[in-house]
Design a binder for this molecule. Structure first.
Ligand code: C5P
Length: 310
């Protein structure tokens, strides 16, 4: 098929996310769990630049330790480009450049942001004009968090986290993120939750196969009041993440002692997200945590999803 390509290179930026609510239900036969979650895209971005090439290749740069980022077909951006090419019958390849700012294996969907950015970038580079609904479908096949990285903002995710509905969130929320040198494996954390539940330590009843986000969370988002949102932050994966990394509980306590309203593990961790009252308070919390040896940064949400920069 011939496509109308008008660009030599396309640069797309996609955000990392935090889950400000994450309810985990039972496990389906394919290993995925029923979820009800609220994603918020935050101002920490992945930059993906694509150029025409005969074959598919990828380079990754940015944050300190990139040794665990695969540069072959296991890389989600590479898979996204190949999936789009196959879906539309594009015959050429692409040279992908990923500049990372979102921690690797940090529970912030950095790899998913790369995949969403690669889909949008290749679609523009190749002039394939794939409709939004089809992009969403391809994104969902790549991973449960990829559709959200396409859309951004604040959204409720159900099913496996890939069925998205926008959430009405007003105002700006200031977060301090505390990152870790070493990532946590998402499947390992879900597996730990299953094990804790099997031992009867985490839930008395069988976990449900269909869940909703509590209305209190949606009301808090609508109120634009961080103090209200702080009261309803929750993450069912947190106990499992603490099991793997007991120091994360201390990090949350240190953040709250430094003035944060509340903190949670983001997704499967190990990144900790501390919600603060305003930008000034967040700057103080970040400085206090930095002074005690943590890697902390101040971001805000909600921000837009994957977008063409140039
Ligand atoms: O879809 P994604 O590749 O991001 O998921 C990574 C892993 O996280 C899955 O292989 C699975 O172990 C776990 N997961 C899950 N239930 C979900 C989403 C992810 O168990 N709804």
């Amino acid at each position: 098929m011939a496509f109308a390509s008008t660009f030599d290179a396309v640069h797309v930026r996609a955000p990392g996310k935090i889950n400000l609510y994450l309810g985990v239900g039972g496990r389906h036969d394919d290993g995925y769990h029923a979820l009800a979650t609220v994603f918020q895209a935050v101002s920490l971005y992945e930059d993906v630049i694509v150029r025409h090439a005969d074959d598919f290749s990828i380079t990754v740069s940015g944050i300190d330790d990139l040794s665990t980022v695969p540069l072959d077909d296991r890389n989600l951006a590479m898979r996204a480009a190949k999936m789009l090419a196959a879906a539309v019958g594009y015959q050429g390849g692409v040279a992908i450049e990923v500049h990372k700012s979102v921690p690797v294996a940090g529970g912030m969907g950095g790899g998913s942001a790369d995949a969403a950015a690669a889909l949008v970038a290749c679609d523009a580079l190749w002039g394939t004009g794939v409709p939004a609904a089809r992009m969403h479908e391809l994104a969902a096949r790549l991973g449960a968090d990829v559709p959200f990285a396409l859309h951004g903002g604040t959204a409720v995710g159900t099913g496996r986290g890939d069925q998205l509905n926008p959430a009405l969130a007003r105002g700006r929320f200031d977060w301090v993120l505390v990152t870790s040198d070493e990532g946590l494996s998402t499947p390992a954390v879900y597996g730990r939750l299953d094990a804790l539940r099997a031992e009867g330590e985490a839930l008395a009843d069988d976990p449900p196969m269909s869940l909703d986000v509590p209305v209190g969370v949606l009301h808090a988002l609508r109120s634009a009041d961080p103090a209200r949102l702080a009261e309803v932050l929750d993450n069912d994966l947190q106990e499992a993440a603490f099991f793997e990394r007991p120091d994360l509980a201390q990090t949350i306590r240190a953040g709250v002692d430094a003035g944060a309203l509340q903190g949670i593990v983001s997704g499967s961790g190990p990144t900790v997200a501390l919600l603060c009252a305003d930008p000034e308070s967040a700057a103080r919390v970040r400085d206090a945590l930095e002074a005690s040896g943590h890697d902390a940064m101040h971001v805000h949400g909600a921000v837009h999803g994957a977008r063409i920069i140039s």
